[in-house]
Design a protein around this ligand. Sequence first.
Ligand code: HEC
Length: 125
Amino acid sequence: MRFIGAAFTALGLLGLGACADKADAPRALAGTDPAEGLRLIQSRGCAACHKIPGVAWPEGRTGGSLAGVGARPMIAGRLPNQPEVMAAFVRDAPSLLADTGMPLMPLTEAEARDVAAYLYTLDDD
Ligand code: HEC
């Protein structure tokens, strides 16, 4: 884990050096709005199953806390934590992991990308 942390730090430093080019950011989703993502998370009921920083209530337990999810190497322990995968997972997890407890959620593709953008702001446990 220490090695992974160091690799992320190195990526962060590279990102600072090239901040004019947003495509270099490792977890960026082009054209997304994290604030809209938080509104969607609140209105579509994610917190019924997850504790989510930024959402005061409820604090569901079924799906675990999403604190720090943006910095985890894997999604649900089995998928690479990459923006396009995260956007697909929050919308339709069962199509990626047939046996997952995370249900199909009522989000459009664009909404799912905003939700993923908010989750990537949760990069610290
Ligand atoms: C009915 C309960 C339920 C709801 C509602 C729900 N989830 Fe989940 N979620 C789960 C469960 C259970 C898991 C664990 C899945 C697994 O490990 O296969 C999970 C896993 C996740 C993960 C992976 C977490 C990790 O540690 O890697 C993310 C991200 C996530 N959910 C986001 C969301 C978002 C965003 C919403 C709303 C759009 C949402 N969930 C709604 C139950 C739920």
